[in-house]
Design a protein around this ligand. Structure first.
Ligand code: IVH
Length: 716
């Protein structure tokens, strides 16, 4: 790592702060109030708890504090958050850092970035040969120590000088391996975070257990990182952005980009592995700006929180020359994107019924743009949370959106509340069927459960990723449920064309077709049945793993909570929920069995065999010589398959589907529209198979043509 803290070289200029663009406070009291607010907000930020204010408001307030201190140094408080290593956070950790974990100065636009670069080049006395642009990951900074290739200790940033020991939980972070590829002794620094998808799972689990949901992915990551001894199953992720110690062989001039590549080769996930917008080396400032812009544009689809771009000098010598101030390095700067927490007005609160009868309050919002998307509704999680936060119709509310996560309301701006507004009154009965509500858990449920959410449950059962019933769209489901022809998925298999003819706008041809596609879906593998039933706390990938592990519905229903935990990704909490939900689903499962719906997973253990599934004969294609599943990444389009189906095919053929390319990837399937993953595969020398060949391989496998399949595997 080259972020050594050095004194500025002679003639050094102060780092760019935004203070020069901000308006100082007019009096000492206003300044002191602002300092207190910044401290409180910084504490919530660093602790990962609910945010007191959005990013933009925080940055603006801090800039005004700094501007005031520049204008009136006599007012400045001794431990002002403007100069602190980590504003407002007390030292409470027990692991001392090898060198302070600093912050980064911010810039907010092209002009400020150019000014930063100009000053830097003046300070160095020459032009910067190359910059790098990386995503600024919105997580928690950690330092991880490897001794002889083994991960021995992980600490949070804490107050910058010492942090908390989080080795136990951090070991679970994807991207931070327990063992490196070589026995080197190094310190890795980077960000622990939670992906948007994992965040959704984490909150589903928490609310399922009556705990309040995490406000955003960063607090979920912070909570999980500190949740010692608690069985949160939602995975953490890690991405490195710095390393200290020899990773690139004999010392001398090196560069950040080379170090990151070397670190990736050791098995650590780095910013370079994130996507097409990972780590970009730029020779000019125009290239830097283009890379920053590309990152900003891709922000919503990266799959985890990115709150800016980090621009750094690439060369190690210039980095050392630039050095650091007491709070931030001069060799790098954060280009902050506009905040992804915005404010808007809450127009109304609607109540939504989920597939399992869960009743959720949903906010209707005055449209607001958040990271490039217009948001008109957001989740309010549950009624207890809504009452606790005292969010009222008519309030100006904070809305937060991170990638694919459903936008959520994190609170109301109380100082802008209409004094005549009334608290929200939660419903007394189920707003759909008028039935009784079970209010014993945080998430209220209609006592009729899946029967009340029949429409949602059925529509989901028919989707392409589940039973894939062509022609059974939302409207028809609504009619079928409305007239009482169908109350659960099994009833679908009793439908006859003649009965369907009584439905509005249903002709005899479409009625016959619909019945045929419903009947055809009886042959789907067990994994699809499980996806379709929507067993709580399982998603598509986990449903497939469960199906492969148990092989048959019978074996799954017979499984104990301990047995369930043998499936990768199922911890004690999740196992208990899955087991309970399977009990609840047993009547409908029995009905499905009685209608001859397949309950076996092809390629898994035969239903009669005891124990975990062994790969079937056809499933051995994507296996390594030692029999372990090949790690396969599918990037770009595979003809005829969507992403879920592509991954499903990989697993059907015995492989393990993964989404990022690393040195440990065995095969990358490259289709049309593939991005940087294909380049990365080429750079790492990972085997590549064109999507058309992969499609042929699947076809050969599914047709039982082992010779052709083997030929294709041998040929690519
Ligand atoms: S370089 C001396 N690179 O942002 C600190 N930091 O606001 C050098 N961060 O504390 C950090 N992504 O936790 C760097 N690609 C990236 C980053 C990154 C996120 C965090 C880091 C730092 C904070 C500063």
């Amino acid at each position: 790592m080259t972020d050594t803290q050095t004194d500025p070289p002679p003639g050094a200029l102060t780092p760019v702060v935004d203070a020069e663009f901000a308006v100082p406070f007019p009096d000492r009291t206003a300044y002191a109030d602002a300092v207190a607010t910044v401290r409180a907000a910084a504490a919530t930020y660093h602790n990962g708890s609910d945010l007191l204010m959005d990013d933009a408001a925080y940055d603006a307030l801090l800039a005004r504090v700094e501007a005031t201190e520049t204008a009136r140094p006599d007012w400045a408080v001794a431990d002002s958050p403007s100069g602190a290593v980590a504003a407002g956070v007390a030292a409470h950790g027990d692991v001392e850092h090898s060198e302070p974990m600093l912050g980064l100065d911010n810039v907010f636009g092209e002009e400020q970035l150019r000014r930063w670069a100009n000053r830097l080049e003046k300070l160095l006395g020459h032009a910067v040969a190359a910059f790098v642009v990386e995503p600024k990951i919105d997580g928690l900074a950690i330092a991880a120590w490897y001794v002889d290739g083994r991960l021995v200790r992980v600490a949070t940033r804490g107050d910058g000088r010492a942090g908390e020991d989080v080795t136990g939980q951090a070991r679970r972070a994807v991207g931070l391996p327990g063992q490196l590829a070589r026995p080197v002794t190094i310190e890795v620094r980077g960000e622990v975070f939670m992906t948007d998808a994992d965040f959704a799972v984490a909150n589903e689990m928490r609310t399922g257990y009556g705990e309040p949901p995490f406000a955003h992915p960063r607090s979920a990551a912070a909570g999980t990182l500190r949740a010692e001894g608690r069985a949160y199953d939602a995975p953490l992720s890690f991405i490195a952005y710095g390393v200290r110690g020899a990773v690139t062989g004999p010392t001398g001039e090196t560069s950040h980009s080379t170090e990151m590549t070397a670190l990736a080769d050791l098995g650590v996930r780095t910013t370079a592995a994130t996507s097409s917008v990972g780590l970009t080396v730029c020779l000019t400032l125009d290239e830097v700006l283009a890379a920053v812009e590309a990152l900003g544009a891709a922000r919503g689809v990266i799959g985890f929180g990115v709150d800016g771009a980090v621009v750094k000098i690439d060369g190690s010598r210039d980095r050392e020359l630039a050095g650091s101030s007491s709070r931030a390095p001069r060799w790098g700067v954060a280009y902050k994107f506009p905040a992804d927490t915005r404010t808007t007005r809450l127009l109304g609160i609607e109540v939504q019924i989920g597939r399992t009868g869960v009743v959720t309050p949903v906010a209707v919002l005055e449209p607001v743009q958040i990271s490039g998307v217009t948001v008109t509704s957001a989740t309010l999680h549950n009624f207890d949370d809504l009452t606790r936060r005292d969010v009222r119709v008519g309030d100006v509310v904070f809305v937060r959106r991170a990638g694919d996560v459903i936008p959520e309301i994190t609170g109301a701006k109380l100082d802008e509340r209409d004094p005549t507004s009334a608290p929200y009154e939660p419903p007394g009965d189920c707003p759909r069927c008028g039935g009784e509500l079970d209010r014993t858990q945080k998430r209220w449920r209609c006592l009729r459960g899946r029967a009340c959410g029949a429409h949602e449950a059925l529509a989901y059962f028919a989707t392409r990723d589940a039973m894939d019933i062509e022609g059974l769209g939302d409207k028809i489901v609504q009619m079928l449920v409305g007239v009482g022809m169908v109350t659960d998925p099994a009833d679908l298999y009793d439908l006859e064309p003649a009965a369907l003819l009584t439905l509005d706008r249903m002709g005899s041809v479409s009625a016959a077709k619909l019945v045929a596609s419903i009947q055809a879906s009886r042959q789907r593998p067990l994994s699809r049945v499980l996806i379709g039933l929507g067993v709580r706390m399982t998603g598509r990938a986990l449903s497939r793993r469960i199906a492969r592990h148990f092989g048959s519905m019978r074996a799954l229903l017979d499984a104990s909570i301990e047995d369930l935990q043998r499936v990768e990704g199922i911890g004690p909490d999740r196992a208990a929920t899955i087991a309970a939900d399977l009990v609840e689903l047993t009547p409908v499962i029995d009905k499905l069995v009685a209608r001859d719906v397949n309950m076996v997973e092809p390629g898994a253990a035969s239903p009669d065999e005891a124990g975990p599934a062994a790969p079937g004969p056809g499933a051995a294609l994507l296996r390594r010589p030692d029999g372990a599943p090949m790690r396969v990444v599918v990037t770009g389009a595979v003809p005829g398959l969507n992403r879920n189906e592509g991954n499903e095919a990989v697993e059907r053929l015995g492989g393990s589907a993964s989404s990022s390319v690393s040195a440990r990837t065995d095969l990358v399937v490259v289709g049309e529209g593939a991005g940087s993953k294909a380049d990365k595969a080429a750079a790492l020398g990972v085997r590549v198979m064109p999507a058309a060949r992969f499609a042929a391989l699947i076809a050969a496998h599914d047709a039982g043509d082992a010779d052709t399949a083997a030929e294709i595997m041998a040929g690519s």
